[in-house]
Design a protein around this ligand. Structure first.
Ligand code: BTN
Length: 251
C-alpha cells in the first residue's frame, strides 16, 4: 500500500538533507514520506564529509524522511539497502543492459566501473529504535562534463546518449522506494537483503581491496545486518570490515 507523499520542490538550497533536517527541528511531527527535491544544491554533502558535485538543473538531488519505528537501531543498515536497491531499480527502467548496474558496498550505485549515484543517510536514533531517518540521494542525470578531481563519475545521459527528465526519474524512484519499503514495514527484510547481495559490485571472485595493512585480494562473503562487509582473503581467513576500514582498489 502506498503512503501519502508530502513533496517540497525547491529551485535552490544549500543541501536537501540539511533543509529537511532543519524543517524537522521546526516541525517535529513532520510526517514520514516528506520529500525535498531541488534543482540545485549550493553545498551538497557527500559521505566521509566530502562535498557532492552537481551542476545546477542537470541532476537529481532529493531527501526523503522516513519514520521506520519497526526497525531496531542495530538494524539501521536495512535503510541503506532499501535506498540503494530503489535507486538501482529506478535506473534499471532506463538502461537496457541493466545488469551492468550494481551497488558498490555500502551504497554507491555503479554503472560498470563508474559511479552514477551516491547516498547519504542520516538517522536520529532512540536507545532502541530509529526515530527518523533522512535518505539523501544524488543522481547524475544530464551532466556531460566532470572536473578531473572526481574519480569515476558517469551520468544517465552519457549512458543513454539523450537527455532525461530529472522529475520523471524522481517520481519513478519514489514509487520504487514505496514499493520496496513494504519489505521493511512487514519485516520481510531477508528478501530485500538477498536482492541487495545479488546486485553487489564485484560480487563474485577475488578483487583488490585496501585495508590498514595494505592491498590484498578479497572475495565478498556477506554483508552483515550491521552493514559490515565480510571478505575472504586469499589465505582463507574471513575478516569483517566496517565502513571506512576497507576500500575497493579501482582500475
Ligand atoms: C556520496 O558521497 O556518495 C553521497 C552523496 C549524497 C548526495 C545527496 S544529494 C541529496 C542529498 N543532499 C545532500 O546534501 N546530500 C545528499
Amino acid at each position: 500500500m502506498k503512503s501519502c507523499i508530502n513533496l517540497i520542490h525547491l529551485s535552490e538550497t544549500p543541501s536537501t538533507n540539511t533543509f529537511l533536517s532543519e524543517l524537522l527541528k521546526q516541525e517535529p511531527q513532520l510526517p514520514s514520506w516528506t520529500i525535498v527535491s531541488a534543482d540545485h544544491q549550493t553545498a551538497g554533502r557527500g559521505q566521509r564529509g566530502n562535498s557532492w558535485y552537481a551542476t545546477a538543473h542537470l541532476n537529481l538531488a532529493l531527501s526523503i524522511l522516513l519514520r521506520p519505528a519497526m526497525v531496531p537501531a542495530n538494524r539501521q543498515f536495512e535503510l541503506s539497502e532499501l535506498c540503494a536497491l530503489s535507486v538501482l531499480n529506478a535506473l534499471s527502467q532506463y538502461i537496457s543492459d541493466a545488469d551492468l548496474l550494481s551497488i558498490k558496498w555500502p551504497n554507491d550505485i555503479y554503472y560498470k566501473d563508474k559511479k552514477i549515484a551516491g547516498i547519504l543517510i542520516e538517522h536520529n536514533l532512540t536507545s532502541t529504535h530509529i526515530d527518523n531517518t533522512i535518505l539523501g540521494i544524488g543522481l547524475n542525470i544530464n551532466e556531460t562534463e566532470y572536473p578531473d578531481f572526481l574519480p569515476n563519475p558517469i551520468s544517465l545521459r552519457v549512458i543513454l546518449g539523450h537527455e532525461v527528465s530529472c522529475m520523471e526519474v524522481r517520481n519513478i524512484l519514489i514509487d520504487e522506494m514505496q514499493r520496496l519499503y513494504c519489505h521493511i514495514a512487514n519485516r520481510s527484510f531477508p528478501l530485500l537483503h538477498s536482492n541487495y547481495m545479488q546486485r553487489l559490485y564485484r560480487r563474485n571472485g577475488y578483487h583488490p581491496y585496501r585495508d590498514a595493512e595494505g592491498i590484498f585480494e578479497g572475495k565478498i562473503e556477506e554483508v552483515l545486518p550491521t552493514g559490515e562487509l565480510l571478505l575472504m582473503h586469499a589465505d582463507g581467513r574471513v575478516r569483517r570490515y566496517a565502513f571506512k576500514e576497507v576500500e575497493y582498489v579501482l582500475d
